[in-house]
Design a protein around this ligand. Structure first.
Ligand code: BES
Ligand code: MN
Ligand code: MN
Length: 464
């Protein structure tokens, strides 16, 4: 491992310079205007794999954005690690809230990142974390210390729900054969408290539209006598939670897996500083489902949130109007045992049933995804725990991530493979938000830790 370490040390600056280059390409998967940038990013990543030492790489078209595939097979007798990540990023909007342009990376120190952090869209989620894998792989190959076969599948549609990846996996089962999937697209508790996500939430994402009168109306002439779809929509959304912040959709909690007292107290052992949490977000208080801690509210409990709402007049000045329509995007985060399809149906039925006769509603399901749990007693997980212990000097805490990576459940279904979520970001790195950043400490820690994962995994597997 000394040779790998030396290689990393000597090439540190170049690794960062290359990351900066890939962060400059605006690979926004949601926006069709960036189609060419997506292809450019895919090619950039593929060529980086080639320079790093893969035997084979391809940019494979899909019905949407291409998948970057690369591999280095050293010996079929050795285990194979399949690394998954995504090169697409969330839209950078709202642009005016960025302190520096989202695709012009800059390095700045922050309270949490005294060694500096790189500010750019995708720096943490997930280009920065993908880059750790490219560079860790380079360090292992260039020093002849790669202990396993490795395959890379870096997709361009994670941030839009991976609509074409399941199909890709079905069509490429042979090519994707491996022993484990390794993913760095999650967070650790803090830079001195390493952790590994052993769960991800599922998702049901829905768009609703409420229509009142057949046209916009003068709000003086009709106001008070005809339903205002914005008011109605707000009342309907507000009614989806009761005063204990419990979701009111009938049957919503039926399948929720409740944790035992021991499991709950194990979760409660993870360090959490409520004051620091509030300070970071500049909020005077938190809110959430009664009877559960903050860690539980994001880790083991489902939730429902409105992600966007629009209707009526939002231009300069005032316009007195009763709009004909109002809409909202609503998402529910799901926990083990809940099914995205079933929850979407329950939502639809309930939402239609609570609509007053004065309006009509349309419910349109978007993407979904199933929750995930990762067993901690597997060698796949153990190798990650050992690797983090080695580089952080502390045992990592198993945690439940609140976010979703919908393809992970499908990997298990389609490829029969378990995933390990060895991420290095921080929840406070402003993912999906203006001023997203990634700590240099985290970037280099990832590059240092990944080779240990490979080596421990190869050892554990050969002793199995
Ligand atoms: N990397 C995140 C998911 C994540 C972040 C998990 C932090 C755990 C901790 C991923 O890119 C993401 O944003 N997923 C989306 C899924 C959606 C677009 C289908 C999410 O969670 O909203
Ligand atoms: Mn991600
Ligand atoms: Mn994301």
């Amino acid at each position: 491992m000394q040779a790998v370490k030396n290689y990393i040390e000597i090439n540190k600056q170049r690794f960062l310079d290359e990351l900066i280059e890939v962060l400059r390409i605006p690979s926004v998967s949601a926006n069709p205007a960036h189609k060419a940038d997506m292809l450019r990013t895919a090619q950039f990543v593929a060529e980086a794999f080639l320079k790093a030492g893969v035997d084979h790489y391809e940019v494979i078209p899909t019905a949407g954005h291409p998948v970057v595939y690369a591999e280095k097979m050293i010996d079929p007798k050795y285990p194979t690690i399949l690394v998954y990540g995504h090169y697409d990023v969330q839209p950078p909007d709202p642009l005016d809230l960025w302190n520096s342009p989202p695709f012009e990376p800059v390095i700045k120190k922050t309270d949490i990142h005294p060694d500096g952090a790189i500010f750019a869209r995708g720096s943490c989620d997930d280009k920065g974390q993908v880059w750790m894998h490219v560079k860790a792989f380079e360090a292992m190959t260039q020093t002849n210390s790669l202990p396993c076969n490795v395959k890379f599948m870096i997709e361009g549609e994670e941030e839009v729900g991976s609509p074409n990846l399941a199909e890709f996996c079905k069509n490429n089962k042979e090519r994707l054969k491996a022993d484990v999937i390794l993913i760095s697209d999650t967070s650790i508790i803090s830079n001195d408290t390493p952790s590994i996500d052993v769960g991800l939430r599922g998702l049901s994402y829905i768009e609703v539209e409420v229509t009142g009168a057949n046209r916009d109306l003068h709000s003086g002439v009709y106001g008070g006598a005809v339903a205002n779809p914005i008011n109605v929509l707000c009342e309907m959304i507000a009614s989806l939670k009761d005063s204990n912040k419990h979701i009111t959709i009938p049957g919503f909690y039926d399948d929720v897996q409740n944790l035992s007292d021991e499991e709950r107290s194990a979760l409660a052992n993870a360090p959490f500083d409520l004051e620091a949490y509030k300070k970071d977000l500049n909020i005077a208080d938190i809110e959430g489902e009664q009877g559960y801690s903050t860690i539980e509210r994001t880790g083991i409990r489902p939730t429902l949130d409105c992600n966007g709402i629009w209707g009526g007049y939002i231009g300069e000045g005032a316009k007195t109007v009763l709009p004909s329509k109002a809409s909202a995007k609503i998402s529910m985060r799901l926990v083990p045992n809940q099914s995205s399809e079933k929850i979407t149906e329950l939502f639809q039925k309930h939402f239609e049933s609570i609509a007053p006769k004065s309006v009509t509603v349309k419910v349109k399901p978007h993407h979904g995804g199933e929750p995930v749990v990762v067993p901690t007693n597997s060698i796949e997980y153990q190798a990650a725990a050992m690797a983090m212990k080695k580089t952080f000097g502390k045992d990592p805490v198993p945690t439940r991530g609140g976010g979703s990576i919908p393809i992970v459940a499908l990997f298990e279904q389609i490829l029969g493979l378990k995933s390990v979520l060895m991420g290095f970001g921080l929840d406070s790195d402003a993912l999906h938000s203006p001023n997203e950043h990634y700590g240099l400490f985290n970037f280099y820690k990832g590059i240092e830790t990944i080779p240990y994962y490979f080596s421990y995994y190869a050892d554990l597997k050969s002793n199995q």
